[in-house]
Ligand binder design. Sequence first.
Ligand code: ADP
Length: 656
Amino acid sequence: MSETRTFQAQTNKLLDLMIHSIYAHKDVFLRELISNASDAIGKVKFLALTDTDLLEGDGDFKIKLVPNAEAHTLTILDNGVGMTYDEVIEHIGTIARSGAEAFADKIKAAGPDAATPDLIGQFGVGFYSAFMVAKKVVLETCKAKGDHAVRWESTGDGEYTIERLDKTRRGTRITLYLRDKDAPVEDGDDDEETIFNADNWTDSWKIRSTVKKYSDFIAFPIAMDTKKWETEKDDDGNKVEGAESKEITVEETLNSSKALWTRQPSTIESDDHKAFYKHLTRGWDDPSEIIHFHTEGAQEWTALLYVPGKAPFDLFSRDPRRGLQLFIKRVFIADDVKELIPEHLRFLKGLVDSSDLPLNMSRETVQHDRLVMAIKKRLTNKVMSHFKDLLEKDREKFVKLWDEFGTCLKEGFHYEPAGKDKLADIVLVRTTHNEGWSTLAEVVERKQAGQTALYYLTGEKLETLQSAPQLEVFRKRNIEVMLLPEAVDEIMVGALEKYQDLELKSAAKGELDGLPETEEETKAKEVRSESFAALTDRLTKILDSSCKQVRVSERLTDSAVCLVSDSAGMSPQMERMMQSMGQSMPVQKRILEINPEHGLIIAMRDLAAKDSSDDRLGEFGEMLFDQALLAEGAPLKNPARFAQRIASAMTFAVGH
Ligand code: ADP
């Protein structure tokens, strides 16, 4: 009894996109189906390590491609683990990848033009890519040691039928009923362009070259029957006189099956890496860095890692695909093993092949395995020193990598505090002194005589930071300040505390100690704060509910006011970050600093000296506080009132 079911809504959307958007890359369908077949064989091979019955006597693992020009079909067969009825519904009727929904939404928001191959490649299109070349797909499968087989069929237009059959031999057979030659497929345009001409997918040359291109590394043989003319030969290999040539069928293995990572790094061509990377990620882009090494001695393992050219769309989503593939003695064990790399290196793609881990390792045992932890540690060090080398030898390339993954790398200050010094060596920052990126070491090199701290300013936007009033004194003294506009920067400065013996200090926190200062300057400071005492006392009272204190500033030269935190206080960025993570935070009051050289402040000082209860001081005090908020790009409590006050001050100024 067959049953008809409908695809999930997003599946339909994805199918539609597939058929209409990425026809230029339609040959990937073969790669996808071969990958699935190989995964299925890998699974049964792995399970059979502990349960040989699963093989049911068939341990000759193979993927077979059967083109049939007359029937216009291409069949992909494997003797992998197969699927049960429920599994087919679960895996084939829905989209397994968690990103698919996000993808469909993204495309919906951005319009169909956004469905570029690059973007689609990030999601992996899997089984559905079959519909790029097929008008009908029939999947027949039988689970290892299963008691039934399943037949699934669909024309990719919203529905599929599925039925339970008698048990067959283990594995999966996928038959593609290829689209007719020259049959135009509606692509939405009026021009009757033929976007599919899949005829040659029964052509053995085409199949052979596509397998070579995308699937050469598949660990199991990919076989195809080919016809050959043969003439009878004698024992010495000479043609037999008068013998006629006859056509015979031979099974040809199309792939070399050689695990790339087992080869000497120097013998691997860059094209091999590109192809292997595409095979691993099932994408279209090329890797930007290759990290390939082998360790011997106490532990023997190999890692082959790639840095993608571009950050994946889901790098910062809650549940991105991450982790490496794990092989044990060339046997595939698991995908996405996140125990092998730290969180902040989650953008790396690749694999680890260990000779020392036990073959019965499972996802659960991986979590607590000490050897796995040791691999992770060593691998992290290797990657960090690779990045450091790159920074030293090819700055431009490193900057590109930093642009894509710098934010993610900085999360290491949180996840791997033990590695913070190594990480600090490759961190790039923007500063007041340099247009481009600087390393922390470069900022240290440019320090002024007598400077004992490294200064930074955190905030939300680079542009706001560049014109922050808190920087004025630093500009005047030509002291460089690092401008840190990302949320993760707060974590970085918090974890780092010091770089090369220089303490990291916020330019907007506490008193400005650590700046070189002469004795005269120190004296002048004291005198000044005396003469402003009446004003600062009054303003402190007026602004009691919004700030902790009003004091004379050492950092301002042009602006009238700015807000700073206590040296132990939390910055407003940190506060906002904690709040966005759902932590309730008591509002931290900050300190309002006033510029003793600013005309307005001097006038207010004189006003306060005459009559410290003058009403205008109250009004102006509140306006000054709002100004300080505005300069940070922060919202005002009551913007309308501020606007009214400005308007009346302006009216007064023009003399009405
Ligand atoms: P992905 O391979 O990314 O998970 P696919 O759409 O290609 O996505 O496949 C979905 C699932 O269907 C696979 O994860 C696997 O469980 C199952 N599957 C696909 N092809 C096969 C096959 N040849 N043998 C067994 N299971 C398969």
